[in-house]
Design a protein around this ligand. Structure first.
Ligand SMILES: [Zn+2]
Length: 413
């Protein structure tokens, strides 16, 4: 389905000008600006930050910060987890199940779904749909993208579907001239995971797990030199324990009832969790996909369940981190999506001609950032800022052969 869409879009695009949307103000980010950040907000000992606090509390802004070898500024966390779910709309994230679209669910399922997701107010409904998101994460982290407050996050590419979205997300900028389809072609753009995998301290400690079997191409597995496991691929590299052997076998016994090449999210999460236990990577991508699959089928019940399971995976990851002596208190979680979807009856689809499908959202949970919860200030942030945000979390300045947008400064202020 994704390939067909790409062909149709290419035909359309060959007759359309690729005008860029209003260009965001360029976020130049200098070392002096980084050092001017108010690190007095930090509460956890990360890479000696407590020492900095001890000696520089009142006059921190005027101190020369000592940064770990190989980094350009003090890291916010020692470990970063990037979790994506494909094409989950901001509407469901911030208002829960849409009462109008709930009406499209089959009559025999109505009662069960109304009971599970159909509360009176948007805030109640979103807590029913994503309970971890609207409890722990909202209390301790930051959530961006509620357009009801003018808090906007958009993709900067002009395609508004998966490969261009993930490329923008991971490489730090759109590339409409080269990344304009979902075809499985190796991505020419260096991504932030590849960059981090070559830096001191994070070298060889990067891994990516995906439901969609296009991730190895999006991340250019041939060039990337880190573990990329996606689709129904067995994991045989790195430490393989008995549970991994069972998971490798199990995934081939489950009917691929979604479109070919998309592994069930629960299995992708199980693969990732197993690897976290045995290898403790410093940078991990977990790319889930069922939200998009059910949406394209027009199955609103399945889409809601996929969103609910995505939230359950986040809760499980959070709990795993809390219980793990290596990760506890030292890990950041960045959560986002590759694209939005259409409004109302257009919700099933997303591409450049479907209004609203460039609207996305993100959330962050980290030990050394302010717990702002749902951010309600009007602002405009972009998908392309996530790559540098990931690098910034780890104390690095992501630079490569293409330009990279600056990080989302608001997270760290
Ligand atoms: Zn899609």
């Amino acid at each position: 389905m994704k390939h067909l869409l790409a062909v149709v879009l290419f035909c359309l695009f060959s007759t359309l000008p690729l005008s860029a949307p209003d260009a965001p103000e360029h976020l130049a980010f200098t070392r002096s600006q980084l050092q001017a950040r108010d690190f007095t907000k930090t509460t956890t000992d990360v890479h000696g930050l407590s020492l900095i606090q001890q000696y520089c509390t009142a006059t921190l802004r005027h101190c020369t910060l000592q940064v770990p070898k190989g980094t350009t500024h003090p890291p916010v966390a020692d470990f970063v987890f990037v979790v994506t779910t494909d094409g989950l709309r901001w509407q469901e994230v911030f208002t829960g199940a849409d009462p109008y679209l709930m009406g499209t669910i089959a009559p025999e399922q109505q009662l069960a779904y109304q009971n599970q997701y159909g509360a009176q107010t948007p805030n109640e409904r979103r807590a029913q749909l994503m309970p971890f998101f609207w409890s722990k994460l909202a209390k301790n982290g930051q959530i961006y993208g509620n357009r009801a407050y003018g808090n906007q996050m958009n993709v900067d590419n002009n395609l508004w579907f998966s490969y261009p979205g993930y490329n923008e997300l991971f490489s730090g900028g759109p590339d409409d001239l080269r990344i304009w389809s979902n075809a499985k072609k190796q991505n020419p753009n260096t991504n932030v995971f590849e960059y981090l995998n070559k830096q001191a301290g994070t070298r060889g400690k990067v891994a990516a797990f995906g439901s969609w079997d296009a991730f190895p191409y999006i991340l250019n597995e041939n060039r990337a030199e880190f573990t990329v496991n996606a689709g129904f691929e067995n994991r045989t590299d790195g430490p393989v324990n008995a549970e991994q052997v069972r998971l490798n076998a199990l995934q081939h016994l489950i009917p691929a009832n979604l479109h070919t090449g998309v592994r069930p999210d629960s299995l992708t999460w199980a693969f990732a969790k197993n690897y976290l236990q045995v290898a403790h990577p410093r940078v991990t991508l977990i790319g889930l996909g069922e939200t998009d699959e059910y949406a394209h089928l027009g199955n609103y019940a399945g889409y809601l369940d996929a969103a609910r399971h995505f939230d359950a995976c986040l809760a499980d990851l959070y709990q795993f981190i809390q219980n793990d002596p290596v990760y506890r208190g030292r890990s950041a979680i960045l959560i986002t999506t590759d694209h939005g979807r259409g409004n109302k009856d257009g919700w099933c689809n997303h591409h450049a001609l479907v209004e609203g499908s460039d609207a996305i959202w993100c959330a962050v949970l980290a030990p050394n950032i302010e717990a702002k919860g749902e951010v309600k200030q009007p602002m405009q942030i972009w998908q392309k800022q996530m790559a540098q945000t990931i690098a910034y979390m780890m104390g690095f300045d992501f630079q490569c052969e293409h330009s990279v947008a600056g990080p989302i400064n608001e997270i760290f202020e």
